[in-house]
Design a protein around this ligand. Structure first.
Ligand SMILES: Nc1ncnc2c1ncn2[C@@H]1O[C@H](COP(=O)(O)OP(=O)(O)OP(=O)(O)O)[C@@H](O)[C@H]1O
Length: 245
């Protein structure tokens, strides 16, 4: 396994409440789903990996880069779609992604092609001149992915990108994520076993801040092609409770 992102002994506390306990993970290219009930620590882990939160204990490494020592290069190597992604309504799709390209230090003469590539990869090519305020929830989420990948970072962190979308929008977004997994290390936080079965090769299950499963989808379910229901059964066994809400 060619590891891109490595997490060793990471722990995170919020004023006496432990959100992550000794988390060790090694993530290769491809889509890894991060599954867990409310409060399991998924957003905290993505917060640490995206440098929104500072590490308290343990080590994170991305292709040899340290998030503190090599902060700028590390941050440029990560694209992050936060759970509550928003963008200014009055900008067009292309303007917003161009602004993101500038922010993410894409050189001026490469910005045009970079924006075009990001919009194509997220299926927004034909919406380049639409105002952000006119986008559907699914398109807005795709815009969030476009801004995250405009400088072609090797790692993409997607925090619950399918929440609140209708089935068609969810399927369209899953297609985008599957394609991104061919070349990126994608960590996809989700509550939905359907998301996992549709797009992920690997699954990490977090419960109360601990990693309780970390394997390929096939290893976890014992099936070559895993379904959402077989995954749900394993998930219930792992947590000893019902399916995630
Ligand atoms: N800013 C904060 N202050 C105090 N406690 C927090 C804070 N953020 C998270 N927590 C606690 O840390 C734990 C992990 O929360 P986190 O949001 O990382 O979980 P999650 O798996 O992302 O949950 P969800 O699926 O509900 O988003 C929970 O017990 C939560 O209450």
């Amino acid at each position: 396994m060619n590891t891109v992102l490595r997490i060793n002994g990471v722990r995170h506390d919020y004023r006496g409440r432990t959100a992550l306990r000794d988390v060790d993970l090694a993530l290769p290219v491809g889509v890894t789903a991060l599954l867990g009930p409310n409060g399991a620590g998924k957003s905290t882990l993505l917060g640490l990996l995206s440098t929104v939160l500072s590490p308290q204990r343990g080590r994170v490494e991305l292709n040899g880069l340290d998030p503190v020592r090599d902060r700028r290069r590390y941050r440029e190597s990560i694209g992050f779609l936060p759970q509550r992604f928003t963008a200014p309504d009055q900008l067009t799709v292309a303007e917003f992604v161009t602004l993101s390209a500038w922010w993410r230090r894409v050189p001026r003469r490469e910005r045009g092609p970079a924006v075009e590539r990001a919009l194509e990869a997220t299926g927004l090519g034909e919406r380049a001149t639409s105002k952000v305020g006119e986008l559907s929830g699914g398109m807005l989420r795709r815009l969030g992915i476009a801004q995250a990948l405009v400088n072609e970072p090797p790692v993409l962190l997607l925090d619950e990108p399918t929440v609140g979308l209708d089935p068609r929008q969810r399927n369209a977004l899953r297609e985008v994520i599957t394609e991104l997994g061919a070349e990126h290390t994608v960590l996809l936080s989700t509550h939905l076993t359907e998301d996992v079965a549709a797009v992920a090769e690997r699954v990490v299950v977090l419960d109360e801040g601990r990693v309780v499963a970390d394997s390929t989808l096939a290893e976890l379910t014992g099936e070559e092609t895993s379904t959402a229901s077989s995954l749900e059964a394993v998930y219930e066994r792992l947590l000893g409770v019902g399916v995630p809400t």
